[in-house]
Ligand binder design. Structure first.
Ligand code: GLU
Length: 460
């Protein structure tokens, strides 16, 4: 059997990390089994669905590296297909027209509530054999007794008594199918074998199973993943990471880090924390999905991001950082980035942070800003050290080793503590008192620029 999974977002907002995680699970499951991963846009809610959100969701999918197979499906273009299935159900006696008004159905619910029963439609039109007509909906004639049983990939055995449910609406009075009807038809037509989704949909599954049964079509396997909680184990709030994938992208997270982080949130594979995409595809077979909700941990995400940033090949890092530099008004030259990035990649937690850290290298000496600590270190004593070291650097042949040697021999011969030399030098060079080793900074700036900055610092 070919495994076919799908991700079915509603374009009523950007792709959220919860949806992103579901998409990753579905994608991995398909890729692990050499199957297909399909994408369906559930845009039947015409008021809330927006093209800009579809575009944004697709962009986030691409950014995460989740490629999909076959054509993209839009539910809004499939009304005829859904209707053909609704007609089939009417013809076979599994569905019927109902003329009860919204108010009447509400009154029935109220009666049930008053009796302490589950509020539901009372089946008034079930045996009336009504024809199609203005304002009539189509309802599913569900069995009067029995249980709907399924084995959830994540939650295990689930059984629901049909008495918990009612004759649900399949097609609204305006001719549009309901969510459950459309999903069943699409999953069937698309050949979906595994429906993996958030557990906010678990209560829809028994209803969908009844539709499958009425249509006499094969059920897929279902898996409902628990939601992501905040570190306080409450509903995930914006402050604790409940954000759109696009916001993480804008923050300068790397997609591999977010994918790695989200996969591990609710799935494990021994003690392994860091997975390449190939390793994930190999390891992820849909088992080991945790049935209890996982808590979002921003520190761990940052840690993973730093790890991936540090290990990004230079050429890739050059491409990645360019738009973040652009946001700061800088169009960086590749050669300069190639010198500067390696000394900062392991010091930054994200691309925004990295761009900020390397910014001083892309200013010219006269426009270099100094922070307070840097200015303070450029006191008489600090300037004295710069003055002493300047001629030595002027003479030195500009290799990394020579520069390091030059500074070390000065420190040794002068007897001054390294910190008292290093701090003012860094301040003069990049406007910040801390940072990578001084010789690395000098080398990355290049001789003329480094000397210009040291000379300028003497005039401050
Ligand atoms: N469109 C639904 C949602 O965004 C998903 C439905 C499904 O996966 O079956 O929540």
């Amino acid at each position: 059997m070919k495994v076919i999974t799908r991700f079915a977002p509603s374009p009523t907002g950007h792709l959220h990390i919860g949806g992103g995680r579901t998409a990753i699970f579905c994608w991995l499951l398909a890729r692990h089994f050499g199957g297909e991963f399909r994408l369906r846009i559930e845009d039947t809610d015409t008021e809330r669905s927006k093209q800009e959100y579809t575009d944004s969701i697709l962009a986030s999918m691409k950014w995460l590296g989740l490629d999909w197979d076959d054509e993209l499906i839009y539910q809004s273009q499939r009304e005829d297909i859904y209707n053909s299935y609704v007609e089939k159900l009417i013809e076979t006696g599994h569905a019927y027209y109902c003329e009860c008004t919204v108010e009447e159905v509400e009154a029935m619910r109220e009666v049930a509530r008053a009796k302490g029963e589950k509020p539901r439609y009372n089946g008034r039109c079930r045996e009336r054999n009504l024809d199609d007509g203005e304002g009539r909906v189509v309802r599913l004639k569900i069995p009067t007794e029995g249980k709907i049983i399924f084995n959830d990939m994540v939650k295990g055995h689930i059984a629901v008594d049909v008495n918990e449910l009612d004759d649900m609406v399949l097609r609204r009075a305006d001719g549009m199918p309901t969510y459950n009807m459309a999903v069943v038809v699409d999953d069937h037509e698309m050949g979906v074998t595994h429906v993996v989704r958030g557990d906010d949909h678990v209560s829809n599954t028994p209803k969908q199973i009844l539709i499958y049964q009425a249509l006499g079509i094969e059920l897929p396997t279902f898996g409902h993943v628990p939601m992501i909680l905040g570190p306080d184990r409450q509903k995930l709030s914006k402050r604790h990471g409940a954000r759109a994938v696009i916001e993480y992208e804008e923050d300068g997270l790397l997609p591999q880090a977010l994918v790695n982080y989200l996969v591990r949130l609710g799935w494990s594979h021994g003690d392994q924390e860091i997975f390449s995409l190939q390793e994930l595809v190999k390891a992820f077979d849909g088992s080991s999905l945790n049935s209890s909700p996982a808590a979002f941990d921003t520190d761990k995400l940052q840690w993973l991001n730093s790890y991936y940033l540090k290990n990004t090949p230079l050429n890739d890092a050059i491409q990645l950082i360019a738009p973040f530099m652009q946001k700061l008004g800088i169009t960086p030259q590749t050669e300069k980035l190639a010198l500067v990035l390696p000394i900062y990649q392991e010091r930054a937690s994200n691309l925004n942070d990295l761009a900020q850290q390397i910014l001083p290298y892309f200013k010219d000496a006269s426009s270099l800003e100094m922070d307070e600590k840097a200015l303070k270190s450029l006191d008489d004593q600090g300037k004295e050290q710069i003055k002493n070291i300047l001629p030595l650097l002027q003479e030195a042949e500009f290799t990394l080793e020579n520069i390091e040697q030059c500074i070390h021999s000065y420190v040794e011969s002068s007897g001054v503590k390294f910190k008292l030399v290093g701090t003012p030098l860094r301040s003069a060079l990049i406007g910040i008192a801390g940072g990578p080793s001084v010789h690395a900074i000098i080398y990355a700036l290049g001789k003329p620029e480094a000397l210009a900055r040291l000379e300028r610092a003497l005039t401050l």
